[in-house]
Design a protein around this ligand. Structure first.
Ligand code: AMP
Ligand code: MG
Length: 403
């Protein structure tokens, strides 16, 4: 059975071979958050466009502003302004943060280190040339590449696009991810469940995870555990870039997902991973769609989505896959798990001490989504560890929606 990191590598390799050039669209900057940039963005001018003061204070010639020196202040420059005349030797000019430093001046003195009487300013320490000035063009020159294609557009990237005046952003279309939950016992959340029915929570959690991961969720109507119904619904899901199924991949008599997929021509890259929860996870390709068969127990579905589906969404979005952001933390209480599989235990990470501390949560197994709402991470218990004493360093996978 595959260790989870090898399974992830397989997902990454297969998704890359699937990632034919992604279609692009132009989005208003206000809608572009979370998309992947499709074309490079270059600087329209020098940044900063002028020698910019980074402090409120006095623009001086550094050589004039020696400790105890007094200089006559000849005016002021507000942000958005400058003065045409070069600064005469032996004088200074009051300047605000963000204003253009006049020619002749080569340093800005913070107002805190000066004293002023009428128009005479006295300095209490020496000035270093270029202090508190960001030189014109030092952040970017006109024509410089500021945002390369493939970049995920977060708040800083959108700010740079705004700065260089790009208000329509060339983005890759997000991949469409069909969601098909399976199970005779699973009923739509708008219906009243019978005594032995379960409401379909997985379609909701999967849609949320897909959206957070950067995909477009396409929920399908739940499939029954019957070959004809499963085939018909899977066919619908094969119209999209990725199909994520929940349920029907275990060893039960009515776990038919894998055999139905096979009947539709799927090839499989793995059909089990050495993890708990999530062991029966299936990954393959059917026609041109990457297919994930995730176990139906809600926590298994959520864990396996985060481990295996997110890199596929990254790659089909036009980005590099984001690494698993594993953290190291100190285990708060001793922990026992059966060895042989890597366990992902719902847990709570706290930063009250200098190093983060992680406490496993009490739970009833992988159906217990209520326990998961008290978690902010999964504690990763390696397959070769049966017992881990309190105080040991352990690895933690933050939940990608809350941390
Ligand atoms: P399965 O993987 O099909 O064997 O299902 C495992 C467990 O997950 C069963 O207890 C199912 O009732 C439950 N389950 C399956 N699909 C869903 C779903 N869409 N929403 C909530 N629970 C589900
Ligand atoms: Mg089932």
């Amino acid at each position: 059975m595959l260790p989870f990191d090898s399974a992830r590598q397989l997902v990454i390799a297969q998704s890359k071979s699937q990632a034919h050039p992604r279609p692009t669209l132009s989005l208003p900057i206000s809608d572009a958050l979370g998309h992947i940039l499709a074309e490079e963005i270059r600087s329209d001018r020098e940044y900063p466009p002028f020698h910019r003061s980074t402090r409120d204070g006095y623009a001086v010639r550094a050589a004039d502003a020696t400790p105890g020196a007094s200089l006559r202040c000849i005016g002021e420059i507000k942000a958005g302004d400058t003065v045409a005349e070069p600064l005469p030797p032996g004088t200074c000019i009051q300047i605000m943060t963000g204003a253009a430093v006049p020619s002749g001046a080569d340093a800005v003195f913070m107002i805190e280190f000066t004293s002023r009487s009428n128009d005479i300013v006295t300095f209490d320490r020496p000035a270093q040339p270029s202090q508190n000035i960001v030189a014109r063009g030092s952040e970017a020159h006109a024509g410089d590449l500021v945002l390369p294609p493939g970049l995920r557009l977060g708040f800083a990237e959108l700010a740079v696009a705004a700065q260089v005046g790009v208000t329509s952003i060339p983005c890759h279309k997000k991949p469409r991810v069909a969601i098909l939950s399976t199970g005779d016992e699973v009923v739509p959340i708008t219906e009243t469940p019978g005594p032995f029915h379960i409401r379909n929570s997985n379609t909701i959690s999967l849609a949320a995870q897909i959206e957070l991961a950067g995909g477009v969720p396409v929920p399908l109507v739940n499939a029954l555990d019957r070959v004809d119904d499963l085939s018909a619904k899977i066919e619908q899901g094969l119209r999209d870039d990725i199909l994520v199924l929940s349920g029907g991949v275990s060893m039960g008599k009515y776990d038919l997902v894998e055999s139905v997929l096979k009947g539709l021509g799927a090839e499989f890259f793995f059909d089990a991973v050495a993890i708990r929860p999530g062991k029966p996870t299936v990954f393959g390709r059917c026609r041109n769609t990457l297919v994930f068969g995730l176990p139906g127990n809600p926590v298994s579905t959520m864990v396996t989505f985060q481990l295996f589906v997110t890199p596929a969404i990254d790659i089909l979005s036009g980005a590099e896959p984001r690494p698993l952001p594993l953290l190291e933390a100190t285990l708060a209480e001793s922990l026992q798990e059966k060895s042989g599989l890597t366990h992902f235990r719902p847990a709570r990470l706290e930063w009250s001490a200098s190093t983060p501390k992680v406490s496993p949560l009490r739970w009833q197994g992988s159906g217990d989504i209520a326990a998961l709402t008290r978690s902010n991470c999964f504690l990763v218990v390696p397959s070769d560890h049966a017992t881990i004493p309190a105080g040991e360093k352990v690895s933690v996978l933050p939940r990608f929606d809350v941390l």
